[in-house]
Design a protein around this ligand. Structure first.
Ligand code: LMR
Length: 394
């Protein structure tokens, strides 16, 4: 039977990391997968996480099963982190998931359950895994224009005009902050435009927020999702703690459903729990327990805030240094957009040929659409990267 299977296509992000690891060149640079790195190019465990782990090791007395919702203390704490101060908090239900991907898939399946063959709109471009996940969940994918390759910013009018064709109960996937892959984020006025359109057309926003705190700060990064949650009857949220707590391999995420009322939201949570039961029963506790421990202790929370701010400021500083290094080499402002983007990523507007040449000639790894992970740069490697760009770009 197994001979009938086709070989799986390599994942564009994870396979790049494997090729990078095998590259023997000492000057190689990994600007592919979205992980935060310090000035030594190392992805450290945050101090707040280390302390929470120590506390947990002493406090935990049992490894008995949790319920299908996972760690309910975590669910409560992260709902507050995201929706604090919104009226929507009291009509929302949250379920812990294995990573943000788990949340995306389960919400996708929930939507399919409520509306078989439903349509989901996503930005062109979007995170490479969005389309495969939503198609695997049984949804039809459509794209709306998002990124203007001339200005390297959000193209809001074409976006709103495409979304005005969305039907009632179509789903519109949005990036809460730190747009992946472009780095170009929606402004508050854009979120207001989307909210008004959703009210008029009846489409339902689905916000993927995987980088809260790494764009413009914890509160600022949540302003779009809070506006939608406050203004609309129903929204879906997939959230991840891989990046802002550095818990990548622990796979910590959550699915949040905001409903017209708490009864409908809880009912949706029950349906998601059932979907989880037939997939993996319940999520692993360790990463969620770390997040809960940090968010429920004022000293650990402060420690985490400080470290997160440091990470965000470092990314901002690297953006600035790269923009300056390129302006110096090109003697113009063509790469100025890097400084205006937010979060871990920027799409540079290079051709697939240039991306390939960066890898082959210089050992610089980035995604095929020319997305770079800004946090993969170091103060020492920026000049090498800028020199390589100058050689390849006329
Ligand atoms: C990325 O976009 O690089 C990350 O979100 C890693 C992943 O799982 O794709």
């Amino acid at each position: 039977m197994l001979e009938k299977l086709f070989p799986a296509a390599p994942d564009p992000i994870l396979s790049l990391s494997c090729t990078f690891k095998k590259d023997p060149r000492p000057q190689k640079m990994d600007l592919g997968i979205g992980v935060y790195k310090d000035h030594l190019g190392h992805t450290p465990i945050m101090k707040a996480v280390k302390l929470a782990q120590e506390e947990l090791a002493l406090r935990e007395t049992s490894k008995v099963y949790l319920g299908l919702g996972g760690n309910e203390g975590f669910n409560h704490a992260i709902t507050e982190l995201l929706l604090k101060g919104t009226a929507a908090e009291s009509r929302s239900a949250t379920i812990q998931t294995p990573g943000g991907t788990g949340a995306l898939r389960l919400i996708g399946e929930l939507i399919s359950l409520a509306k078989p063959n439903g349509c989901i709109w996503m930005s062109a471009p979007s995170y490479v895994n969005h389309k495969p996940i939503m198609e695997a969940a049984g949804l039809k994918v459509q794209f709306y224009p998002y990124f203007n390759e001339k200005t390297m910013q959000v193209d809001v009018n074409p976006m709103l005009s495409a979304l005005s064709k969305a039907s009632k109960n179509d789903i519109v996937l949005l990036h809460g902050c730190c747009h992946n892959p472009t780095g170009a984020d929606l402004r508050l006025s854009h979120w207001e435009g989307i909210t008004e359109l959703a009210q008029k057309k009846g489409f339902i926003p689905f916000v993927d927020i995987a980088y809260q705190g790494l764009g413009k700060g914890l509160e600022n990064d949540a302003q779009g999702v809070r506006l939608l949650a406050n203004s609309l009857d129903e929204i879906f949220i997939a959230t991840s703690y891989s990046k802002n707590f550095g818990l990548y391999r622990e796979r910590v995420g959550a699915a949040i459903v905001v409903g017209k009322n708490i009864k409908e939201a809880e009912n949706a949570k029950g349906c998601i729990s059932q979907l989880a039961r037939t997939t993996y029963t319940m999520p692993p506790n360790h990463g969620a327990a770390i997040v809960e421990t940090i968010l429920s202790s004022s000293s650990l929370k402060k420690q985490w805030h400080d470290e997160l701010n440091e990470m965000r400021e470092r990314i901002f500083c690297l953006r600035h240094l790269l923009t300056q290094a390129l302006a110096f080499r090109f003697n113009d402002e063509r790469f100025h957009f890097i400084q205006d983007h937010t979060g871990m990523f920027s799409m540079l507007g290079l051709s697939p040929f240039q991306v390939e040449a960066l890898k082959a000639q210089f050992g610089i790894y980035l995604l095929g659409d020319s997305r770079i992970n800004i946090a993969g740069l170091t103060e020492d490697s920026i000049d090498y990267f800028a020199d390589a760009i100058k050689i390849l770009v006329k």
